[in-house]
Design a protein around this ligand. Structure first.
Ligand SMILES: [Zn+2]
Length: 103
């Protein structure tokens, strides 16, 4: 089933997403940031299979606040975090998965 995003808002430390059809997802910003899907945060594998973790988890609280949300096509959202990181493209499927996490 294709997810269609209706609207979203940030309430304190939670991202609330309303999907078309009325279903809602509540995602902790911390869970969202800790699972940033970009190559830097999730690690990159080179040709020899070595895994490189380039980006540390944010150490300042600002890293867990969202400055800007930008829709990417009709399939994902891109967030700009308080520490300037904005490389993660969160597909709607990922956002739905993250809505069940508590930390
Ligand atoms: Zn990232």
């Amino acid at each position: 089933m294709v997810q269609v995003l209706d609207r979203f808002e940030i309430i304190n430390d939670i991202l609330v997403i309303k999907w078309e059809g009325g279903e809602e997802s509540y995602i902790l910003l911390k869970a969202l940031r800790d699972r940033c899907p970009c190559a830097e945060c999730s690690g990159e594998t080179d040709a020899l299979g070595n895994l490189y973790m380039g980006y540390d988890k944010p150490k300042i609280p600002a890293g867990y606040t969202i400055m800007k949300v930008k829709p990417v096509g009709y399939y994902a959202l891109q967030f700009t975090w308080g520490d300037g990181h904005d490389a993660g493209i969160y597909r709607f499927e990922l956002l739905k998965e993250l809505s069940d996490l508590t930390d």
